[in-house]
Write a protein that binds this ligand. Sequence first.
Ligand SMILES: Cc1cc2nc3c(=O)[nH]c(=O)nc-3n(C[C@H](O)[C@H](O)[C@H](O)COP(=O)(O)OP(=O)(O)OC[C@H]3O[C@@H](n4cnc5c(N)ncnc54)[C@H](O)[C@@H]3O)c2cc1C
Length: 258
Amino acid sequence: MAVRTYLRPRSAAEALALIEGDERAALIGGGAYLRLATRGYETAVDLCDAGLDQVRVEDGALRLGAMVTYRRLETDIAVRDCCGGLLGRCVENIVGVQVRNIVTVGGTVAGRYAFANLTTALLALGADVVLERGGRKPLEQFLADKAPARDVLVEVVVPTAVRRCAWRDLTRVRTDFAVLNVAAVDLGGEVRVAVGARPGVARLARGAMQAAAAGDARGAGEAAAAELDFGDDLRASADYRRRVCGALVTRAVEEVLA
Ligand SMILES: Cc1cc2nc3c(=O)[nH]c(=O)nc-3n(C[C@H](O)[C@H](O)[C@H](O)COP(=O)(O)OP(=O)(O)OC[C@H]3O[C@@H](n4cnc5c(N)ncnc54)[C@H](O)[C@@H]3O)c2cc1C
């Protein structure tokens, strides 16, 4: 990844000002995914000094700054104690510790990567995103936005009133991208079920959520397999993913209902 100008703004507002009006400027979170690209960037705006690496628990929510790394999701006691440990669990097998020390919450969510385990878990937890210009909105809405404006993701806000949660993913080898990933979360009043890597970006399976609320884990699996769209790629066919989805959602919902 070649970069002509490298900048380190001191705040999200300053970062936004640097990228606004400059289509050739790229924000850098961990930079791990960006650097896989062969293209270069005229201007790189590195968020490492922007004060976005905070983890806070306040008002019934876990607030994760955009620059919080995966390794902190695994090791930070405040994160581990929240949300049934789901955030650490969903990333703990991704590549290796060196990569997880670098990659960030913000780079993952803002990148809208369809394979991302973390996005699936955050969607099931009912997280919101906070954007410097766009303000706070549900992650589900952020992911559905077809023409997102250039903005800086500041933090992710995760409700902590989680009764139980379950994580399931299937990979061909342990550190590969998931063929499919599933998170189920019992928030007390509702059970939320999200499925990602279909290979499309994570989506809530609302039929599965209704079945789960009625205590029917097998029905939840059948509903998720029927209602979501699946596709082919080099890892798996759409038909295989649909079958895997039914099984993984059933098991995840069984776990949260147990
Ligand atoms: C070799 C490798 C293997 C991986 N395997 C897996 C895997 O198996 N499963 C999995 O779930 N993930 C996997 N990942 C993805 C990884 O977990 C991260 O999702 C990814 O690297 C993005 O995080 P980053 O901090 O590196 O983002 P960056 O590369 O810095 O940025 C990604 C994109 O987001 C933008 N961006 C960054 N921060 C912000 C911000 N705060 N606001 C707005 N835009 C921003 C950047 O401009 C860029 O477009 C892998 C990554 C690598 C490099």
